[in-house]
Design a protein. Structure first.
Length: 337
């Protein structure tokens, strides 16, 4: 404002007519310029003492500008005197300041971009962790309901079937009665198979490798398929939910081998790879058409992919007349930084 007043007074000749007013405007301009200069110095001091990188860099840029301006003013004052010393042209100083400001501005842009990328990465990490916790909660609820259904079957239905079979066995034998007793026996056997497919009560304490080894031994004793289990010896870093789900997947795949694959041998392996924990189940059975089964939407495959999705795992399914191999890869746990 004072600079505009000085310019108008010079153009209109007001400065020559009213020298007192001109001096007043000049004095106001001087005080305002000094005040703005002090404000910028305060901004530089506060910025340099800040803990934020952006503010410190901004303060450095302002400080360089102020230093350059002071040097220009001093250079102009000295060059106007007859015995003044001339160091360097003022325009060169302004050009150097400009390039320094350009470098600082580029750094600030890069810093803002890097910060925005880091913030986006943190948001994605938080979203992935939230999704993982949600999946674990859903799995826990489903597992709890499954345990409750198993308990009801064990305490209610199985007991009543056993009592009914006992009562029918006490009656006079007849073909229809014998068929009914056999049907009850088959139903009881199916229910027993369902209950035996449940989770071991001490699965978390045993760990997945030990539990899978016991499951394979149990299936070998009660089935016609020769099963084997291998583990690389590295303790898997799995949560309780992941352990339960991987055990469920292995149990269902082994059941499919025994019931449908017409295989004589089967292999179950658990190993740690650079990409994560890998569970593989293979057999030498008759195989099947993967595309046709996926299109038909078999319950077994649906359950497999549904469980893998809740774990955030990937499934590799290969099948041919020489056998079938299902590999499930569970990526490393999400780590926070």
């Amino acid at each position: 404002m004072s600079f505009v007043g000085l310019a108008i007074s010079q153009v209109t000749g007001f400065a020559e007519m009213y020298t007192g007013a001109y001096r007043l405007v000049t004095l106001i301009h001087t005080w305002m310029a000094n005040g703005v200069f002090l404000v910028f110095i305060a901004v530089v001091v506060v910025g340099l003492r800040s803990s934020e990188v952006v503010k410190r860099v901004y303060a450095v840029g302002v400080g360089i500008q102020l230093t350059g301006q002071v040097f220009v003013v001093a250079q102009n004052l000295m060059s106007s005197r007859p015995d003044g010393v001339f160091f360097v042209d003022a325009y060169l100083i302004l050009m150097v300041n400009f390039f320094i400001d350009l470098v600082i501005f580029s750094y600030l842009l890069a810093y803002r971009y890097r910060k925005s990328v880091d913030e986006e990465r943190r948001l994605q990490l938080g979203l992935a962790q939230t999704q993982e916790r949600t999946n674990e909660t859903i799995i826990d609820v489903l597992e709890s309901e499954r345990q409750q259904v198993g308990t009801l079957l064990l305490t209610g239905v199985v007991g009543r079937l056993t009592h009914t079979r006992t009562l029918l066995s006490a009656l006079a034998p007849s073909p229809l009665l014998t068929e009914a007793v056999n049907l009850i026996g088959k139903t009881d056997a199916h229910l027993d198979q369902i209950l035996r497919n449940g989770l071991p009560p001490d699965l978390t304490q045993k760990g997945l490798p030990v539990a899978l080894a016991e499951l394979v031994d149990q299936c070998c004793q009660s089935g016609t398929v020769q099963l084997s289990f291998s583990h690389d010896g590295h303790p898997p870093d799995l949560s309780a939910t992941q352990t339960r789900q991987l055990y469920r997947i292995a149990s269902e795949l082994i059941t499919n081998i025994v019931r449908h694959a017409k295989a004589t041998e089967g292999k179950v392996s658990l190993c740690q790879t650079p990409a994560g924990q890998q569970l593989a189940v293979a057999d030498n059975g008759q195989g099947f058409d993967v595309v046709r089964v996926r299109t038909a939407g078999g319950i077994g495959l649906k359950n497999l992919y549904a469980r893998a999705q809740t774990l955030g795992a990937t499934v590799q399914l290969d099948s041919s007349p020489a056998g079938t191999c299902v590999s499930l890869l569970l990526a490393q746990k999400i780590q926070t930084s």
